[in-house]
Ligand binder design. Sequence first.
Ligand code: FES
Length: 209
Amino acid sequence: MSIENSGAAPALEPVPLGSSCPLAHTPPESAPPSRRGFLGLITGLVGAAIAALISIPAVGFILTPILRKQKAQGDFVPLTRLSELEPGIPRVFPVVQSRKDGWVSYPPEPVGSVWLVREPEGKEKPVLAFTAECPHLACAIALSDDRRGFFCPCHVSSFKLDGTRLAGASPRNMDPLEVESFSASDPDPMVRVRFQRFRTNTEERVPLA
Ligand code: FES
C-alpha cells in the first residue's frame, strides 16, 4: 500500500555542525540608531549644557571670597608721604587693615608696625621698610638710644639701620618689606608698603599666609 505525501511540509536539508541556523533571527551588525535613541541623546546634551550654565555663577560665588582674600594679602598699604621722612631718621608706622576671611568681613584693625628709613639721595632704594616684629620671638623692635640702629629689648638683639643683625638672639636680619615704586612725575609720592609677617625663630625667612 502506498501513502500519498501531498500537503506535508517539505523535508529540510540537514544543517552541518558549526554553521548558523538559517531560520534564526540575527539583527544586522550596524543597525542605524533609532529615532527615539537620537532624541534621547540630544535631550541629554541639552540638559548637560543647562546644568553647566547654572553652575558657573555658583562656582564664582564660592571662589570670589577666596580670590579676594588672596589679592588682599598682596595689597600695598599707604603709610606716609615721602616728605614726612628725613634721610637716615627712622620712623615707625602702624599698619591698619580690614580683613576678609571667606565671607566674613572684619572692621579695620592694627595688624602690625613698619619701620621706614629714608635713604640719602642717589641710593638704589629711596626708602627701606622693615616689619617691626623681631625675627626672634616677635617682640616689638625699637630705635636704639643713639638712633643709629634698632634694638629688641626682649633678648637684647641689635640691628643696623639697614636691618643687618649685629648681636643678640635674633636668628636673622630684620625682615624687609617691599616698597611700591614711586611715580617719577609725583614730587611727593605716597610711601606704600606690602605688609607681610614671617615665621619667627628661624634662620630662613618664611612668609606667613
Ligand atoms: S624677641 Fe627680639 S630678641 Fe627675642
